[in-house]
Design a protein around this ligand. Structure first.
Ligand SMILES: [Zn+2]
Length: 317
């Protein structure tokens, strides 16, 4: 038990919370950067949303207002990678799982996989060498499988990658379509992850694990709807990387106090706390821990246990 962490939560001492090691295993680096760093480098002010969105159209409006095409260049992409390491360092993140969407390889790295890998590793070494980078391959769920397979042909066989993740519109196409990709990812020794159970339901979580043989799930909070799904997560040792402020601000949960993370954790599910999109949700992991404590969702001792759990690997190979 880390008494400094527990005491810092009890006192609302964010600065001390920031100094204590944490993991962020659910971070989309494009929106994971430090606001101050981005403003400093570009002059752009990016404000987070502060009340729950009523529709994804509002999310799109936020994106076009603050992000738009401003960073859609190789230099812009690198700036966002660097901003994410700056932010993670300030936040005391010691294990950071981030990576590029497969389409970004052609768009920002001239289809040169070594250049892509190097962009992340170089920023890691220069800005925050103390952070363990777990490099991820990212897939958007609306893309066709043929297109994704074509993009992925550049990624396979590169041992620098730690995991693969599927995100975007959870309802865009059936999870079964992704079986060939996840079979290949398993052959490549990657940790298998997908965004499930954020917009979908408890059965979607079980199905996704069964058909893709997932190790970890991004969100998975819909498991709360069905005891069977919770038991399934525990029995199969599936980790959920949960992002509370994002869930609240996207209207997935009523409030933080009753967030499903408490029941999931107390039922024995392996949970971690991540940021999702810091620039939108103002959700640095240190703030997420403090918010969950202050609203009474989890106790300081429980939050310390979750913090330590996040630093533990689930790497199976
Ligand atoms: Zn996410």
């Amino acid at each position: 038990m880390n008494h400094d962490f527990i005491e810092a939560l009890e006192k609302g001492d964010l600065e001390t919370i920031r100094k204590i090691p944490k993991a962020d295993l659910h971070n989309h680096f494009v929106l994971g950067g430090s606001r101050e760093f981005i403003k400093d480098k570009t002059g752009y002010e990016i404000y987070p949303i502060t009340s729950p969105l009523n529709s994804m159209r509002e999310m799109d409006a936020w994106s076009s207002n603050y992000i738009g095409n401003r960073f859609n260049t190789p230099e812009g992409r690198r700036l966002l990678i660097e901003a994410t390491f700056v932010q993670a360092k300030l936040d005391g993140v010691k294990v950071l799982e981030i990576g590029e969407d497969v389409w970004g390889l052609g768009e920002f790295f001239q289809n040169d996989i070594k250049e892509l890998i190097n962009a992340f590793q170089e920023a890691n070494n220069r800005v925050a060498p103390e952070i363990e980078l777990r490099l991820q391959i990212g897939l958007s769920r609306h893309c066709s499988i043929d297109y994704l397979m074509e993009c992925l042909s550049h990624f396979w066989g590169h041992k620098e990658f730690y995991s693969i993740d599927l995100y975007g519109d959870e309802l865009a196409q059936p999870i079964e379509n992704f079986v060939p990709i996840y079979e290949k990812a398993a052959e490549n020794g990657l940790v298998l992850k997908a965004h499930v159970g954020e917009w979908g339901n408890a059965q979607d979580i079980i199905t996704a694990i069964e058909v893709l043989h997932l190790d970890e799930i991004q969100h998975g909070i819909a498991a709360i709807q069905d005891r069977k799904a919770i038991d399934y997560l525990v029995e199969n040792n599936i980790r959920l990387n949960i992002t509370p402020s994002s869930n609240f601000l996207l209207g997935r949960v009523k409030d933080l106090k009753t967030h499903p993370i408490a029941t999931l954790y107390r039922s024995g599910v392996d949970v971690t706390i991540g940021s999702d999109d810091i620039l939108i949700f103002d959700s640095d992991v240190s703030k997420e821990y403090l918010r969950l404590y202050q609203c009474g969702c989890l106790t300081a001792v429980e939050l310390d246990d979750i913090r330590k759990n996040g630093l533990r690997t689930t790497w199976k190979n």
